[in-house]
Write a protein that binds this ligand. Structure first.
Ligand SMILES: [Zn+2]
Length: 285
């Protein structure tokens, strides 16, 4: 038989763990809010940073419609673009720059992009090859678009993201990376200093799915998606923005242009974005 004083702490810890599990299962929105309320919002007011990743030809096809929509609604966004696409389609990328959007370095070939880098994985490249991917893209943005990018997003995020990104970015004079998921990162959804003086801006989750990145892949396209329905996707976005706004929090998401242009999802979502201050990454680091 164990003395009472030994049993109780173990029992209490067990209860606390079960309670946490239950809270998450029963009320993910409570979990989301509790998590996000721990952040230090650098803006001090509700703020949202909208970003897009252009990985495939179909994303480039959606680019003009997306730019029209952003212009019509006076919203500026971050565009994570591939050096190879900028070389191939300079005009549409120039238009994005001219209309005030931010160019985020998304590498030169986007390993393992089927167009140029099949069977290459960013995290498996040598330090020198990773640096080359980032540096080459930077040179293309400078030469073709006349911009100096200050931020980077690792192709494929989490799975292919590696710690070597941070010293490389510091060497290149970059200011930030946006390559992690908010739910697994220390910043509680807000920018925070990682290492080598680089700020990490984790991509955000949503009100009812606080442990998954809120993107079209997780919510709509993978096997067994969390939502699987365009209307629910837009509603989840609207609910999330409302909570962020009410509690003066910072949040950022990334979207695949092709997916969100389809069925007018972005044109509906942008109506909710207009209710909150929008910011670019380069303006907050
Ligand atoms: Zn990508």
């Amino acid at each position: 038989m164990y003395p009472q004083f030994m049993v109780r702490p173990v029992f209490n810890r067990y209860i606390a763990r079960v309670a946490r599990e239950l809270i998450h299962r029963v009320s993910p929105e409570d979990y989301f809010l509790k998590f996000m309320l721990q952040q230090r919002n650098p803006l001090g007011e509700g703020a949202y940073a909208l970003t897009f990743d252009f990985d495939f030809e179909k994303d480039i096809e959606a680019f003009p419609t997306l730019l029209d929509l952003l212009k019509k609604n006076n919203v500026r966004a971050g565009m994570a673009v591939i050096g190879k696409f900028v070389e191939k389609y300079p005009d549409i990328h120039k238009r994005a720059v001219d209309e005030g959007h931010e160019i985020i370095n998304h590498s030169y070939t986007h390993p393992d992009n089927p167009h140029w880098a099949p069977n290459r994985y960013f995290n498996k490249l040598s330090y020198a090859a990773q640096k080359d991917e980032i540096e080459k893209a930077h040179e293309v943005y400078h030469r073709v678009l006349g911009v100096e990018s200050v931020g980077f997003r690792t192709p494929h995020y989490g799975n292919l993201h590696t710690e070597s990104v941070y010293p490389i970015l510091a060497e290149l004079g970059y200011k930030y990376s946006s390559s992690t998921a908010a739910c697994g990162y220390k910043g509680f959804g807000a920018p925070s200093e990682h290492t080598h003086g680089i700020i990490e801006i984790p991509t955000g989750c949503s009100l009812h799915f606080p442990l998954a990145i809120f993107d079209s892949w997780n919510m709509l396209r993978k096997n067994n998606p969390f939502l699987g329905d365009d209307d629910r996707f837009v509603q989840e976005f609207a609910d999330t923005i409302q909570v962020i706004s009410e509690h003066s929090l910072f949040l950022t998401h990334y979207f695949d242009p092709y997916d969100v242009i389809k069925n007018n999802k972005m044109s509906r979502m942008i109506g909710y974005i207009k209710n909150i201050k929008t910011v670019l990454y380069r303006d907050i680091v």
